[in-house]
Design a protein around this ligand. Sequence first.
Ligand code: FAD
Length: 384
Amino acid sequence: MDSYLEKLVDDDKLLFYQSVSDFAEENIMPNWLDWERNHQLIPDSAIDLMGDMGLFGTTISEDYGGQGGSQLDLILMGLSLGYHAQSLAITPGAASSLGAKPIQLFGSDEQKQLHLPDLATGKRMFVFGLSEPGRGSDAANPQVRASKVEGGWQIKGEKCWSTNAKWASHVVVHAMTDDGTTCFIVPMDAPGVNYQEMAGKDLWKQSSTGSIAFDGVKVTDDDILGELNNGFKIMVQTLNGGRLFIASMSLASLAFALDKCRSYAQEREQFDGPIGRFQRVQDVILDMDIVLEQGLNWLITLTNQYDSGTLTKESAAKIKIDCSRKASDLLTLAMEVCGGVASLDEFGLTRHHRDLFVCRVGEGSNFVLKSLATRPLMPDITLQ
Ligand SMILES: Cc1cc2nc3c(=O)[nH]c(=O)nc-3n(C[C@H](O)[C@H](O)[C@H](O)COP(=O)(O)OP(=O)(O)OC[C@H]3O[C@@H](n4cnc5c(N)ncnc54)[C@H](O)[C@@H]3O)c2cc1C
């Protein structure tokens, strides 16, 4: 990965990328396989280490105790941690791009002062509460409802697929209100909030994914994030940055697979020589190299657009679609290049192969995002 990034980002950014990678290599990855085999989420001690490293505050302003970095820093963190494991990357990644971001973009001064300093250190974590059991792609019409009651609001219903739920202090709940939808900041320890880790999830295995039920949870007007009845805008705008992050993890997995294949193809011998001399094997390796180089170029360009406020939602959707589908298709071929050894967990490819499925479906399924991205191409006939 370094050799591609060297041509695309400044030295200080590259240094940041490398320092995060070294941190993961030294402090986290030595235990990863054990956690995987024991079906264990990332332990709290490792979350604390990431907090100490400043990974939860990458894009939070220094005024609030964060690192004051840009989206480019966050993307470099995604590339760096995602190379090791997507569930490692998504933990601070979702905490930043989906958790803290809505507060940064839409929070009042009081809400920023109340939450951002602790979000920056990882002491607090926010969950992005959009998906529900009955509302996945059709998330604009939540079944979770907030009803006006004396002194505030009462929330009923259930969110699911909530990344980081185990460690979360708050959840931003997207709920139906009288004239639209509204986002509410709800503490996870409020009476009536019940979290359960979703059982049986067989990818992003070390990442927490919860379902969160709201049984008449009381909140006040002060807990409204952004405008009343304009909540979906918050969710959609937040997802633009999140989709860049998903693209970064897709490319990180691809970079891991490329490195694995390159070295294995040179050392594994069959028919009296390394398998890398077979053109079909070379084909796969070169395709991975091309897709990675193109993807990184595109990702850095779009991330710079995000930082300058010019990224369109269509571009964010397109890069997420393209990087996730190409990387996951190529991962299957990468495993074939390596043969039986690719099926061993310690070889690492099965982890990335599995995890890439989330990149295709999470933060908007690719099929659905294709409709969004197609609209400007055929505005008269595509559905709004
Ligand atoms: C590990 C993981 C973590 C997640 N983390 C979060 C999180 O932190 N917060 C959160 O809110 N959500 C989260 N999600 C949820 C994720 O965003 C949803 O899975 C996604 O939006 C798709 O919703 P769904 O799974 O309900 O699929 P459905 O909406 O049921 O759709 C199923 C499939 O039907 C097809 N389809 C549906 N509608 C259309 C259409 N209009 N056009 C074409 N095809 C269509 C697509 O192929 C789609 O994949 C997470 C999901 C996973 C797996």
